[in-house]
Design a protein around this ligand. Structure first.
Ligand SMILES: [Zn+2]
Length: 248
């Protein structure tokens, strides 16, 4: 059966994994961008399509930082059905527990889902330019090592997100990327363009992930705006999407 949402083919050979990324057909997925009841209804539909319950999913309060937090059953449902309360302030979640699912919200930033099939650990990461500069990828791989994982075993999916052609950055941002990621920057008519997907790919490889284990979705939230919401293109009315991964 054709799925309504995006799935990485790299994870499809692991029946123990639940994974998926929503698209605009689900509507708004982020609290604060629509009525709570609507966000909950949309998220519940996506959870149902994944074959899980929304109260099994954990969403952090994302701050464009580099913190990856380990979570377990005790945190189940946090951030999934509520806008406030004791949310976990982080841009990535990691777990080795079964039956709980990790969720993150994105629009143009990139969702990253990671699985270590040898050690059975999963993570969901939110990576925008700030997180990339703050080294969220090496931090995530370090977290896996704390769980006993070997980076060589990690399978990584980088989801739909803004492409280089559509990602013009401010001068101060361009300077940082020119300095630290020269191969992912491009300057034309004084405008700087950054390829976030390539920056992530390079960071993953540098952290020890095999290039053959990195799958990058071709979709761009601006180029493929009919499928995915984009803050850059649509402002606040562009629906945010969620990416979810977990062990059954
Ligand atoms: Zn594009």
């Amino acid at each position: 059966m054709e799925e309504r949402f995006y799935k990485f083919s790299s994870f499809s050979c692991f029946p123990e994994i639940v994974q998926g990324i929503s698209n605009r057909s689900y509507g708004e997925m982020k609290f604060g961008s629509a009525q709570d009841a609507e966000v909950i209804k949309n998220r519940k539909q996506f959870a149902k399509d994944l074959g899980i319950e929304l109260n099994q999913v954990i969403f952090p309060h994302q701050v464009h930082g580099n913190r990856i937090t380990a979570v377990g059953k005790a945190e189940g449902g946090k951030g999934a059905l509520e806008t406030s309360g004791s949310l976990i302030e982080a841009d990535g979640l990691i777990t080795a527990e079964k039956g709980i699912y990790l969720g993150i919200t994105t629009a143009d930033c990139l969702p990253i889902l990671i699985y270590d099939p040898a050690n059975r650990v999963v993570a969901a990461i939110h990576a925008g330019w700030r997180g990339i500069i703050d080294q969220i990828v090496p931090r995530a791989i370090e977290k896996f090592k704390e769980f006993g994982s070997d980076p060589e075993n990690l399978i990584v999916g980088v989801g739909p997100g803004i492409c280089q052609k559509h990602f013009v950055v401010k001068n101060e941002v361009l300077k940082i990327f020119l300095d630290r990621y020269p191969s992912v920057t491009f300057v034309r008519n004084k405008d700087g363009y950054v390829d976030l997907k390539k920056a992530l790919f390079d960071d993953l490889k540098k952290a020890g992930v095999s290039k053959d284990n990195i799958e990058i979705a071709d979709f761009c939230t601006v180029c493929d705006n009919g499928i995915y919401g984009s803050f850059r293109k649509e402002g606040e009315k562009g629906p945010k999407m969620i990416a979810v991964i977990g062990l059954k």
